[in-house]
Design a protein around this ligand. Structure first.
Ligand code: PEP
Ligand code: MG
Length: 562
């Protein structure tokens, strides 16, 4: 008999496939555990050498059949597994009477610590060493290797949650969809699923009971998982499999009546910007500048920052690039800027607020942005994250002016900013709504907490009322209309994109992979219909009711399997 589980659908699509569970992380062996009974130093050393060679060979073989990022990650890990120094120091420990598992664990720890102390690129390699160590210990124990399971048959990956390192090697040709028992709509799992176009469900708590080989149906639209699916689910999966191919994005976002809605990309590096431009993005709506700062113990130099920003600007000659100044704190801690002892980091000194705690970093960043902008053809706009009051907006605008940056703006992520949008936008040239944080603060629900995933949904009517308040405020600003964009994950949901435009949003910025879907659905509605659907969503009592009512009015979502 079928069994139903429910979670939160975060990436559309309906598929049926066998379950493969993400293996449990490898537990650390006891410190300095002795040789196993009956083993000699020679036999234990040979066991260690065999495990190391087998892991290196396995990784090399997988690297050879992988492409892109996955191939690079696998190659780096394979190199680490073949490293003679690591095996040598572990063999030394075996010679002193330690078992192979404890020996490789301890030896890898020492190498990782050394690499970490070197900083920069070398510090990043510490993760590879720890990954190799876990694989060698798994081999020695005869348990599954950590990371995405290796399988020739396509499968639905089930896990508690997925970390960025897990998903680097995720092969969309073999993984049909993702189900996690934890994680929220803005978790790494949700973001990677949307970017790969894989159906995904998060916060499906009871799915921890699913085991390898269970046949399941997953519906990334309504968040259901069905074990032992029946004819109804088969029909839904078949209709999804025969969906019409999405037309590519032609580089011009607009509604059916010609109302223009420029579609921009969220990027986090120069390489990202190049890929976004190739995907037709009409500019950058959010440059997350953290890429230049995270993982650093000290502030990057002026020249380093100029080069990093210039790499993004160069990809968008003559197009708009909205740079967000450093958003440190909460989920993005930075040792030289934020205080990791705060009891509530999401409500702490984060984003723009760090300027009062550590003055100077922001002004220096603005100088670097200005220099990079002066040397490029891009139209550079600058905005600050976590602005809460009109006074903060005015102070940020003054800093931009001092740096020679002509288009200052604010992110609207805090309810107070949405409620005072008229006063706030009067101080600047534009606003961009960060729906990820605006949702967490409106609903008082930590965006990283799977248990609160249903509250953390940008379809929540309370959030939509604040989006409307922001657009209304921008339209009534002193000195004339101020454009209001959206750059949170909400902009990448094609049905919600229609509602946002109906509420008065002027541009949408998203992961570049969402551009074709959002563009195709916007083309099916005119402005009066978008406004009517926005009214319906505002009047709904719940996120589910809002989503369901709007989706019913957009039949092309089903046509494209969105
Ligand atoms: C947001 O909060 O919606 C946003 C775009 O910023 P981030 O996700 O980087 O906090
Ligand atoms: Mg934010």
């Amino acid at each position: 008999m079928s069994q139903l589980f429910s979670g939160v659908g975060v990436s559309a699509g309906r598929v049926i496939g066998p379950v493969r569970r993400m293996p449990e992380p490898i537990a650390a062996p006891a410190d300095g555990a002795p040789l196993p009974a009956g083993a000699s130093i020679e036999s234990e050393s040979a066991r260690l050498a065999e495990a190391t060679a087998a892991v290196a060979a396995g990784l090399k073989a997988r690297a050879a059949s992988a492409t892109g990022d996955a191939a690079a990650v696998l190659k780096a890990t394979a190199l680490m597994a073949s490293d003679r120094t690591l095996l040598k120091s572990a063999t030394k420990l075996v010679a002193s009477g330690t078992c192979a598992e404890s020996a490789i664990w301890e030896a890898a720890d020492a190498v990782a610590t050394q690499l970490g102390a070197l900083g920069g690129y070398m510090a990043e390699r510490a993760t590879d060493v720890l990954d190799v160590r876990a694989r060698i210990v798994a081999h020695l124990r005869g348990t599954p290797a950590p990371g995405i399971p290796d399988s020739d048959e396509p499968f639905v990956l089930c896990a508690v949650d997925l970390a960025p390192a897990d998903t680097a090697t995720l092969d969309p040709a073999r993984v049909l969809g993702l189900v996690t028992s934890d994680g929220g709509p803005q978790s790494h799992t949700a973001i990677i699923a949307r970017s790969l176009g894989l159906p995904a469900i998060v916060a499906a708590r009871d799915t921890t009971s699913l085991v390898d080989g269970d046949l399941i149906f997953i519906d990334g639209i309504d968040g259901t998982v069905v074990r032992d699916p029946g004819t109804e689910e088969s029909a839904l999966a078949e209709s999804y499999a025969s969906r019409e191919a999405l037309p590519g994005f032609d580089g011009s976002g607009a509604l059916a009546d010609g109302h223009l809605v420029p579609l921009l990309a969220n990027v986090g590096s120069g390489a990202d910007a190049v890929a976004a431009a190739a995907a037709g993005a009409q500019g950058v709506g959010l440059l997350r500048t953290e890429f230049c700062f995270l993982g650093r113990d000290i502030e990057p130099s002026h020249q380093e920052q100029v080069a990093a920003y210039a790499a993004v600007f160069d990809a968008f000659d003559e197009a708009k690039v909205v740079v967000r100044t450093l958003d440190a704190g909460a989920d993005k801690p930075l040792p030289f800027l934020t205080d990791d002892t705060e009891p509530n980091p999401a409500l702490g000194v984060r984003g723009y607020r760090t300027d009062s705690a550590v003055p100077g970093v922001l002004a220096r960043q603005l100088d670097a942005i200005a220099e990079a902008a002066a040397g490029s053809g891009a139209e550079v706009w600058t905005m600050a994250p976590m602005i809460s009051t009109p006074a903060e907006a005015a102070a940020f605008a003054a800093l931009c002016t001092a740096a020679g940056l002509k288009v200052p703006g604010v992110m609207v992520e805090v309810p107070s900013a949405a409620l005072l949008a008229r006063a706030l936008t009067s101080e600047v040239a534009f606003a961009s709504i960060g729906t990820n944080d605006l949702t967490q603060y409106t609903m008082a629900a930590d965006r990283q907490l799977g248990a609160l995933a249903e509250l953390n949904d940008p379809w929540q009517p309370a959030v939509l009322h604040l989006v409307k308040a922001t657009c209304d405020g921008g339209a009534a600003a002193r000195g004339g209309f101020r454009p209001v964009g959206v750059c949170g994950e909400a902009a990448a949901d094609p049905a919600l994109a229609v509602v946002l435009v109906g509420l008065g949003v002027t541009t949408l910025s998203m992961n570049r992979r969402a551009l074709p879907a959002v563009a195709a659905i916007l083309k099916t509605v005119d402005l009066p219909l978008a406004r009517r659907l926005a009214e319906i969503a505002l009047d709904a009592d719940s996120a589910e009711a809002a989503r369901a009512a709007v989706r019913t009015a957009l039949p092309e979502l089903d046509l494209y399997g969105l």
